[in-house]
Design a protein around this ligand. Structure first.
Ligand code: DGL
Length: 270
């Protein structure tokens, strides 16, 4: 048994890396649905179908807990999966809530009514599907009042990162930040709402300016997973090591993974 970590492609490796640093002995199966990436340009129903297919595959490989390390899947599919699909004894968690709890200075499980928080002008950078779902704004509204969110849909960025074209990726970040600043000239905080984007965190920070606090998910999700596993002992299982699966071409995907992990990893065919 192991914990499943799922993404449409390589972005979830940013979460995996943070999880491995915090929980080095945790058995993990990482699953990249590379054959169908990017998800961010797909319709919500399509993302839902692909996400349940991949999650079922991880359940069949004996994972009782799957982390959707993909904002697009978390935004378009998680709630529907939890409400109408999840098999008994299995759990799926997303990546939005730990981030929003950090932004709104809440501890896990604090379900008190929404309240005013320090930050009032927030920029959200995410895929087109995440932006159009408005899932981030919905989850935020459960916890905070008076926060103005301006969402910038970062078309093309996941493709450029998956293709390893970091020159194009940097140019896209700068143009998406410019577009955001035309709508919200002075954000106080910026959310990197896609697990691919931490690879470009320095570029986002540089383009936004040092007075903007940039929130990226990997460490927050890892901390929240460690807390969850403390509260649910046994769910991680008794396997060992990490396996990497892809629905794409394992050789190509393994080659593209190096910038994310800073070391060689070998993907197997899912
Ligand atoms: N890493 C995914 C996310 O967090 C990328 C989505 C995509 O495949 O477009 O949204």
């Amino acid at each position: 048994m192991a914990v499943g970590i799922f993404d449409s492609g390589l972005g979830g490796l940013t979460v995996l890396d943070a999880v491995q640093k915090r929980l080095p002995d945790l058995p993990i199966v990482y699953y990249a649905d590379s054959a169908h990436a990017p998800y961010g340009v797909r319709k919500a129903d399509d993302i839902y179908e692909l996400t349940i297919r991949a999650t079922q595959d991880l359940f069949d490989r004996d994972c009782d807990l799957v982390i959707l390390a993909c904002n697009t899947a978390s935004a378009a599919a998680l709630r529907r999966m939890q409400e109408s699909w999840l098999p008994a004894g299995k759990r799926v968690l997303g990546v939005f809530v730990p981030l929003i709890e950090a932004l709104t200075e809440r501890q896990w499980g604090d379900n008190s009514p929404p309240r005013e928080v320090a930050v009032q002008h927030v920029a959200l950078f995410a895929t087109p599907a995440t932006v159009s779902s408005r899932a981030f704004q919905r989850e935020l509204a459960f916890r905070a009042i008076g926060v103005d969110v301006e969402a910038q849909s970062c078309g093309g960025l996941v493709d450029a990162i998956e293709d390893g074209d970091m020159i194009l990726a940097e140019a896209l970040v700068r143009s998406h930040v410019d577009a955001l600043k035309r709508k919200m000239p002075h954000p106080q905080a910026a959310i990197l709402g896609c697990t691919h984007y931490p690879l470009l965190e320095e570029i986002f920070q540089d383009a936004l300016g040092s007075d903007v606090e940039v929130y990226s998910q990997a460490d927050l999700v890892a901390a929240s997973l460690a807390d969850y596993l403390r509260r649910h002992p046994g769910i991680a299982g008794d396997g060992s090591g990490t396996r990497f699966l892809t629905t794409g071409d394992p050789r190509r995907v393994s080659g593209r993974a190096v910038p994310f992990m800073k070391r060689d990893i070998q993907f197997e065919q899912a």
